[in-house]
Design a protein. Sequence first.
Length: 424
Amino acid sequence: KLKCDRGSGGNGVLRLAMSLLNELWKKVSPNLRLITCAAYLAAFICVLIFPSFDRKTEIEEHGLIGHGYASSDFTGPWPNRLRSVIKQIESGYGVAPALAQALEEAELVAHHMNFTTPGGLSSSLTYTVASSRRGDSREAVVVVCAANWTAGKRQMAKASWTLGIGVVLAQFLKTVPWLSKDVFVVFVDGSLPYGAGARAWLRAYLGGTSAVRRGTLRQAVVIDTSSGPSTLLTEVEGVNGMVPNQDLVNTFVANAEKYALPIQHREPWESVFHTLLNGGVHSSHSPFLELHVPAFTVRGKKGKQERASMDVDQFMRSLEGLVRSLSYNLQQLHHSFNFYFFTGPNRHISSGLYLYPVFAMQLPLISFLMTTPAYRDIRSFLVGLGSVAVVILAAGSPIFLLGTNADLASAIAPLLPAAGLAAA
């Protein structure tokens, strides 16, 4: 009897709920399209003002905290050494010869590699490694120096900062006692499309053809600056909107602010349009992101009306602090955010919050589907969905197969020589 009472009580609650929903539907259904359109408008406004809901950034990986606040070891003769190398490279003839001479005088073992881009361009890269005194070579950090190697006006003057910083950083890291990971310093031509220099080095390193190997690549930072920049821009956008773990960028920002360096991120909507236009596809940090190695680019900028330049010594110390923090952190970065937009040097908003208004913006479509007679016939509705699926499959399958099947691409390459499928 008790079970029957409970069952009847449950049925009564269910009938009451169904009747309330029925009455609510009768009230709402005449104005359903108007209500959903209002929801769309409210969601659209929320998307426009979402940068206002940002919050302060913080370093969530405890292994990165503290080491960047240690006193810098880049003192004594090192600042003069840095300026001397920059001046020497600036007065050289050609990037490759000047870089080779600077590495030789710094007593660094340089490894040279020639490669050809998928577009048929022949180029080269140079890399060296600063081995850790206390590490076991299981993990490594990469510093990519992406200067413009192509001939042009004031070519050496524009590339001298990036190349000089890379040479002296590698020489300096070989002398410090705190380095716990090996650090690769890779010099590439940053003017090549699709980050071809960094991509070629990664292909050789992971493919086993590199002259030196030092375990798993954990993080990477790309230096791409002309001589005497006034502002540092952190570029985090990669292919298809990929961004690095935010702790990596926040660690560099903390070190840069420690030395009063002017630093900035792209504004949220600027970052959205930059991603929309796939602007990160040519960045040298994109190949690392594709391999799930957190990486970003530090790009030095200087406006036409700006005359003051930042102190190269302070820039070097900020890089020292970043490398020092990364060398103490074992394994992969797994805290913090992996999808975000920066709204300021120390503020961000998670891109996941954009999902909620996006869901509300789909309501008008649902309401029209529910009230349009053509879609009330389930057979017509399913046929329509099937037609859309067939179109998507027919249009996307060739591209997918060519991008994932090397044998098929090689077989079709002779038929389309201009497409460059064999090189891809």
